[in-house]
Each structure stands twice: as C-alpha cells, then as structure tokens.
Design a protein around this ligand. Structure first.
Ligand code: HEM
Length: 206
C-alpha cells in the first residue's frame, strides 16, 4: 500500500471503476513489504474466520442453553456428546475467537489510535512514532490484568454447597465416615441382640 501510515488519510478503497478496491489493487504491486502487499487479504480471511467462529460459538451456546434441559447431566447426550462436552467445545471456540479478536484489533490499531487522537483529542493527524505500539502493549497488558483480577475475585466467592458449616470437603468426608461408623456399630449391636434373643429362644424350646 502506498498511502501513509494514518489510515484516516487513506483513499476510499472502493473508488476504482473496475470494482476492485484501491488498496487491493495497490497491494498487488510487486513493491512494498510482504505485509503491505497482503494486508487486505489477511484482514479479509481473518474477518471471515471471526464470523465463522462467532456463528459456531452462538450455535454451541444455544444448544447448551436451549436444546439440553436445564441442569441436564452426563446421561443426556446429543450425537454422543454430553452438555459438559458441548460447553467445553464452546469455551475452546471462544478462546480461539478471542485470540483472533486480539489480532483483528492489532491490525486496526493504527486506525483506532488515529481516531482517538484526531476525533476525540482534537490533534492533527501525524505519523506513528512507535507510541501506538507502546500504548497497544499497555492496553493489552491492562486488559489481561482486568481478566485475571476478575478470575481471582470469582475464586474468593467459590463455595461448595455440600460443605458443612462452611468447612472443607475433608470435614464433610470425616463427618460422613463417622456417621457411617455409628450406623455400622448400631446395626452390629442390633444384629447381636437379635442373635442372642434367637439363641435364648432356642434354649427355651430345647
Ligand atoms: C465477529 C466479530 C467481528 C467481525 C466478523 C468483524 C469484521 C470486521 C470487518 C469486515 C471490518 C472491515 C474490514 C477490515 O478492515 O478488516 C472490521 C473492521 C474493524 N473492526 Fe471488526 N469485526 C469483528 C469484531 C470486532 C471487535 C470485537 C472489535 C473491537 C474490539 C473490532 C474492531 C474493528 C475495528 C477498529 C475496525 C476498523 C474500523 C474501520 O476501518 O472503519 N471488530 N471488522
């Protein structure tokens, strides 16, 4: 591409009489870097992949939430896959989709910076002096930290509804074992009592 690094100064891509976009026509020229020659096609295929991943996610989540009955366990399946399998597939698709979104935003980062600088901050359009990359890395690191903090906050609220009076699963297991032992002792002594009654009856008969 021959236009300067500020995408706001780029010509309208659809201004050619042959119906081909200006940027696509220019990127077909043998001059320029690999990226400048292939940027439009890379964006096109990435955008297409984004669309496919978005639709796939929508379908998987709809199946989990609409087709399976609420609270369905592993005994319910669609084509052999349980609700857990379906939601795991949705999560895997989401992870791939997120990575593609990060790439998508990275490829449009100059455009975003230019809009913020010129339209929001009222600055004159200028060339990127490398600050866009630094800001981009900072924004990415900040957003990753926001997600990590969100995960940690959620972990503080993690509760197992089967725990006894807020104690852990070990306490629950200990309590269950004690209860089972008590039941076993009672059953044994009851059986013993029945046995002695039976033998005393036999003695009486004899
Ligand atoms: C299903 C998801 C998405 C699809 C299919 C999609 C598709 C597209 C397409 C076709 C374009 C114009 C062509 C291009 O330059 O690549 C575009 C531009 C853009 N997209 Fe997305 N996009 C998606 C999600 C997102 C998200 C989540 C963001 C931001 C977080 C975003 C930010 C942008 C920006 C900043 C531009 C440039 C805008 C412009 O040049 O006017 N997109 N997108």
């Amino acid at each position: 591409m021959t236009f300067d690094s500020n995408p706001l100064n780029a010509p309208n891509p659809i201004d050619e009489t042959d119906g081909m976009t200006t940027s696509l026509a220019k990127t077909n020229s043998p001059k320029g870097t690999w990226w400048s020659r292939h940027q439009v096609l890379v964006n096109f295929w990435l955008d297409s992949l984004l669309l496919v991943l978005f639709i796939t996610q929508a379908w998987l989540l709809a199946v989990v939430n609409v087709v399976f009955p609420r609270g369905a366990g592993p005994d319910w399946t669609i084509w052999g896959a349980t609700p857990l399998d379906w939601s795991e597939a949705a999560f895997a698709t989401f992870c791939l989709f997120s990575a593609c979104i990060v790439l998508h935003v990275m490829f449009h980062w100059n455009w975003i910076c230019a809009v913020v600088a010129t339209r929001l901050l009222g600055r004159k359009p200028g060339k990127d002096d490398g600050s866009h990359t630094i800001i981009g890395v900072c924004v990415l690191v900040f957003l990753i930290h926001v997600i990590l903090v969100g995960i940690l906050v959620a972990r503080t609220g993690l509760v197992n509804s089967k725990t006894v009076h807020g104690r852990g699963t070990d306490a629950l297991l200990r309590q269950e074992t004690t209860t089972l032992n008590k039941v076993a002792v009672r059953t044994t002594s009851w059986a013993g009592e029945q046995g002695s009654v039976h033998s005393s009856r036999l003695r009486t008969i004899a």
